[in-house]
Design a protein around this ligand. Structure first.
Ligand code: G6Q
Length: 542
């Protein structure tokens, strides 16, 4: 759909390379002036991005603007929202789908970008509203006529990380008497740990799998069903399904209620579909789900702005490209100063690394430039007492995206030694940004901070459902923009297949060995048999 071939073939590439030889020096005296701190700010959907602490100036930003224009990122984003088939590699066997996670929150307009997909989203939302009403009004009860208090989500990857991250982020807004738990790992200890404290009679189990074929999820579903049977309960009255239409799990007779997501929504982009909406609706209520969608939609619309200085996700994408491709930094730390965002970085890690961890372009040619960075992080201030040493003085420069909020969620705080805990949190956040940027000279080399460590700050007022939706969509759009700039396919994940194939081969071996007591097979799978033996798994009994 595009003439654009990728970063290094862009007309502005050489200019960017020249600029990268002398990037803005954050350590020079007065570098972080009031003028710069105020000028390098951008606002969108209740968030403010401060990027004076990145190694850019107006000339760099103008060149990055050209990069955005010449790579057609905004028009590709619009085409995505309108239902263009983006998920393919030209000339090779590949997925071939539309990418429409934005359509499920495009429900507030009379003229949605992709009316058919939005109509499907609205009809699932209506089902969800009715289901939640039945739960709230006491029309939907358990075998003993009691209300359901707990929900266990069984799912993995995109069917776990996003819902879990958002639930933890918004737990403070939970309805009274509702709790949510997650089982994702095929490690039997995951299910055992969650099940041990639960009153199953008052628990709903929400099995989430787009494909309806995922080994971990099907295994855990069977395990949890068995626990219900053992407790004398009828799983059919407790189990819900969220799955793709027509998947092997699309069997409404096995579930009390079935909700659907559709082919055009990728797993890691599915949290605003029924994948997240059912569990978040149970925990927080329907109105909160709509607020999340409203926040995400506000960003989806604002992200159409071609001016990079007015478009936070686009600016984040370009600053990321500057740090990754021009300054050569391999990783990106996302450090939220918000305990509620405990698992948000893990979700973004999947979204970013599974989307942009690619080595070929959309025509199957090797990429000429580096693609997605290694994304990682933990909440501050905890991280300050753990890995910040390396970020400040290590031999690897780690660009940082900080996230923070002016207010706490609970508002339960007090002044201790003249300041509140929230003020202490924010002071630490801003101090880290300044320290990384400006560094500190010292005649003792051990106390010297080199500075020029690029970072930016994304600041909201308070982490509520609207803000969560907006924050999620900022990152989803950022990742899509970067994929467009690198001209790679952000929406497949072939790289997870080989491990799955080999795991199945090893399981076949174990089954064969259990049945026949001997190892079979020729030289072709010598390594997998030998691996089982070397690790001591073959024939092991506890
Ligand atoms: C995400 C990936 C992957 C997927 C899981 C679960 O984009 O495709 O993480 O979400 O493998 O898949 P199912 O939802 O099909 O069980």
């Amino acid at each position: 759909m595009t003439e654009y071939h990728g970063l290094t073939e862009n007309a502005v590439w050489n200019q960017l390379r020249q600029l990268a030889e002398t990037p803005f020096d954050l350590t020079q005296t007065g570098a972080l002036s009031r003028q710069r701190l105020f000028a390098l700010r951008s606002e969108m959907a209740g968030f403010r991005l401060l990027y004076a602490t990145e190694r850019v100036d107006d000339t760099t930003l103008d060149a990055l603007q050209r990069l955005a224009n010449e790579s057609g990122v905004v028009s590709q984003f619009l085409a995505m929202k309108k239902g263009a088939v983006l998920n393919r590699i030209d000339g090779y066997d590949s997925e071939n789908r539309m990418v429409l996670h934005t359509a499920v929150r495009d429900i507030f307009s009379d003229q949605p970008f992709c009316p058919e997909a939005t109509a499907q989203a609205k009809s699932e939302l209506a089902k969800l509203a009715a289901f939640l009403d039945q739960l709230a009004s006491g029309m939907m009860l358990n075998e003993q006529g009691q209300r359901f208090t707990d929900m266990v989500l069984v799912g993995i990857g995109g069917s776990d990380l996003g819902p879990r991250a958002l639930y933890l982020a918004l737990q403070r807004f939970s309805l009274a008497g509702r709790k949510v738990h997650f089982i994702s790992n095929v490690d039997p200890d995951d299910a055992a740990m969650v099940l041990q404290g639960l009153d199953l009679s008052r628990t709903l189990v929400n099995v989430v799998s787009k494909s309806g074929t995922t080994l971990e999820t099907l295994t855990n579903e069977t395990l949890v069903r068995a626990a219900f049977v053992k407790a004398g309960l009828n799983p059919q009255l407790h189990f819900l399904a969220v799955t793709g239409k027509g998947s092997p799990m699309d069997n409404p007779e096995r579930y009390r209620e079935s909700f659907y997501m559709f082919d055009y929504i990728g797993g890691r982009y599915s949290v605003t579909s029924m994948v997240g909406a059912v569990v978040l609706g149970f925990a927080l209520g329907y109105a909160a789900v709509i607020e999340i969608l409203r926040g995400a939609n506000a960003v989806d619309l604002a992200a159409e702005n071609p001016d990079i200085r007015q478009n936070i996700p686009l600016l984040l994408a370009l600053l990321g490209v500057w740090n990754r491709n021009l300054l050569g930094h391999e990783t990106l730390a996302i450090l939220p100063y918000s305990q509620a965002l405990l698992r948000f970085t893990a979700h973004l890690q999947q979204c970013d690394m599974e989307s942009n961890g690619k080595s070929i372009d959309r025509s199957g040619r090797p990429l000429a430039a580096q693609s997605g960075p290694i994304v990682w992080g933990e909440p501050g201030t905890n991280g300050q007492h753990a890995f910040y040493q390396l970020i400040h003085q290590g031999s690897t420069v780690v660009p940082v995206e900080f996230i923070g909020f002016l207010e706490s969620q609970f508002g339960e705080d007090q002044e201790i030694e003249g300041t509140t805990s929230q003020e202490k949190l924010l002071a630490n956040l801003l101090a880290q940004s300044l320290a990384l940027a400006t560094g500190r000279e010292h005649n003792n080399p051990n106390r010297r901070f080199g500075g020029n460590r690029p970072n930016c700050l994304l600041i909201g007022s308070r982490l509520n459902p609207f803000a969560m939706g907006a924050l999620l969509a900022i990152y989803e759009a950022k990742i899509a923009f970067q994929g467009f700039i690198w001209n790679l396919n952000s929406f497949d994940q072939e790289g997870v297949q080989l491990g799955k194939v080999l795991a199945n081969q090893l399981l076949d071996h174990l089954q064969e060995y259990r049945q026949s007591g001997a190892r079979k097979g020729g030289e072709a799978d010598e390594s997998s048999w030998a691996m089982l033996e070397a690790a001591g798994v073959l024939g092991y009994s506890a």
